[in-house]
Structures are given as structure tokens and as C-alpha cells.
Design a protein around this ligand. Structure first.
Ligand SMILES: Cc1cc2nc3c(=O)[nH]c(=O)nc-3n(C[C@H](O)[C@H](O)[C@H](O)COP(=O)(O)O)c2cc1C
Length: 178
């Protein structure tokens, strides 16, 4: 479904005191568009786990480091830290439904999802735009999130596809999807 924002969607926000900043934080920060990844790992029984993340970023080329922020309530985070390995699945434009599935907390998100294990065992989701296999390098609490830094072990672009983009609560590519 194509979504086009109209002039009625646009309104001005000017949050300048601490209370207004807290109230408007999510709404205004949503103006920063991002790519979308699913961070995957395995739990102590070997079952796959994963969560949708927009805070993924590249950090360093030498050494090759990437990172993301995970909320303290994430059920995936303890498994990433316990396993010390994870895979960054950069989603393709047509994987917006997968992004919604992996944005649910704790449920069985892998039902019906095609994946293969990376060398470090973390799930590589079929159809992803890119796979980045990582080992946890360091992590620290910042505010209500934990910053996780990964050393990059492998980089794969499995096929040609277009990337998924998230902006103001909508998924975009060449078209927008609800
Ligand atoms: C586009 C998008 C980006 C997201 N980015 C993040 C993020 O960077 N960090 C985070 O902790 N949660 C993020 N979330 C929310 C998590 O996916 C959500 O809290 C999920 O339930 C976590 O699953 P878990 O508790 O099973 O680990 C994002 C959700 C969406 C839809």
C-alpha cells in the first residue's frame, strides 16, 4: 500500500523545556530516518532469538567495529551478551513484515522464518540485504539502553536487493508500507 504524507500530517513542534522534551522525544526523533536491521543470536538451548533495531551504526574500520543500542527490557539482549556472538541482518525493502514480527517482545518470532546459521551460529535471515557476523567486543549501559559493540568477523551481501528504511513510524523503500 502506498502511503503519501499530506500537508495535514505536518505540524510544528517546539519542545524547549524538560517536560516537553520528554513528551515529544519519540515523535521528533522519528524524523531521523534509519535503516532497519534484525540482530540475531542463539539462546543457551540453541534456539534462535532476535530483535528489530534501528540504532545500528558502523563505528570503526580499523579495527572493524559496529554497534547498536538495546533497551534494558529486551529479551534478546541477554542472549546476545551470554552468547557473545550475533548477526546483523540488514533488511531488504520487502522485509517490512519481518521487521514488525521482530519488533514484538519475546514471542516465537522465528516461526515460518527461513534462516541459516552463520559461522558463529547466529541466524542469517533469508532475503536480507546484507549479513554482518559479529563477536561482542564491549558493552555498557547508557541511559535506559545498553550500547553493544561488535567486532566484525564476516560481511556478506547475498544478493542484489533494495534496503528497508524507517521514518516517522512507516517503512519505506522505493514505496512506503504500512
Ligand atoms: C524500526 C524499529 C527500530 C527499532 N529499533 C530499536 C533499537 O534500536 N533498540 C531497541 O532496543 N529497540 C528497538 N526497536 C524495538 C524492539 O524491536 C522491540 O522492543 C522488541 O520487542 C524487542 O524484542 P525483545 O524484547 O524480544 O528483544 C525497534 C523497533 C522498530 C519497529
Amino acid at each position: 500500500m502506498n502511503i503519501h504524507r499530506t500537508a495535514e500530517d505536518i505540524h510544528i513542534i517546539n519542545a524547549v523545556d524538560p517536560s516537553a522534551v520528554r513528551t515529544r522525544f519519540r515523535e521528533v526523533l522519528a524524523h531521523f530516518g534509519s535503516g532497519v536491521v534484525v540482530i540475531t543470536s542463539i539462546d543457551s538451548s540453541g534456539a534462535p532469538v532476535g530483535m528489530t533495531v534501528g540504532s545500528f551504526t558502523s563505528i570503526s574500520i580499523e579495527p572493524p567495529l559496529v554497534g547498536f543500542f538495546a533497551g534494558h527490557n529486551s529479551t534478546t539482549l541477554p542472549h546476545v551478551l551470554g552468547n557473545s556472538e550475533f548477526c546483523v541482518n540488514v533488511l531488504s525493502e520487502d522485509q517490512h513484515s519481518l521487521a514488525r514480527v521482530f519488533a514484538r517482545s519475546g514471542s516465537d518470532k522465528f516461526e515460518g522464518v527461513d534462516w541459516t546459521p552463520s559461522i558463529n551460529g547466529s541466524p542469517r535471515l533469508a532475503g536480507a540485504h546484507a549479513w554482518i557476523d559479529c563477536t561482542v567486543d564491549e558493552h555498557r549501559a547508557i541511559g535506559d539502553h545498553r550500547f553493544v559493540v561488535g567486532g566484525v568477523g564476516a560481511l556478506v551481501v547475498p544478493a542484489t536487493s533494495d534496503p528497508l528504511v524507517f521514518h516517522r513510524s512507516l517503512f519505506h523503500g522505493l514505496r512506503a508500507h504500512r
